[in-house]
Design a protein around this ligand. Structure first.
Ligand SMILES: [Cu+2]
Length: 139
């Protein structure tokens, strides 16, 4: 029975793999290098956001290469559902060319920023590689 069980288990694993998102290294993490959590930024002046990533590489969208992905910046929104394409709108910015920084111009007020890695198909990895969610104030 043991070989048969092993074969069934392998089938289950393979089936699961095709249905789920790309695996990420367990020690991968991303972070916002700038601005700092709690930063107060001058209104009417675009500010730079640095994307940090450790133990994983950046690849443009459409490029399926092991242990890589591209950054998504979530603005004033929570994490999108796992296993699905990350929305593309003003709250979910894609950096599909492999950018590792951007300039943002946000209206006065309090805003949250969070990075989320996506694979070549814009789907969050398993486990998701996501930064801490920070809050900045524009005034
Ligand atoms: Cu994307």
């Amino acid at each position: 029975m043991r070989p048969l069980f092993a074969a069934l288990a392998m089938t289950a694993l393979l089936t699961g793999a095709t249905a789920s998102a790309t695996d990420a290294p367990a020690n991968a993490y991303c972070y916002i290098g700038w601005p700092a959590d709690g930063a107060v930024l001058p209104a009417g002046k675009p500010f730079r956001v640095w994307f940090g990533l450790r133990n994983m590489g950046v690849a443009p969208k459409g490029v399926a290469f092991e242990n890589t992905g591209h950054h998504h910046l979530l603005i004033d929104t929570g994490l999108p559902p796992a296993g699905q394409v990350i929305p593309s709108d003003r709250n979910h910015l894609h950096f599909g060319a492999g950018e590792t920084e951007t300039m943002l111009d946000l209206p006065p007020g309090t805003h949250t920023l969070q990075l989320l890695m996506g694979d070549d198909k814009h789907i969050p990895h398993t486990p998701p590689v996501v930064s801490k969610r920070i809050t900045v104030t524009v005034r």
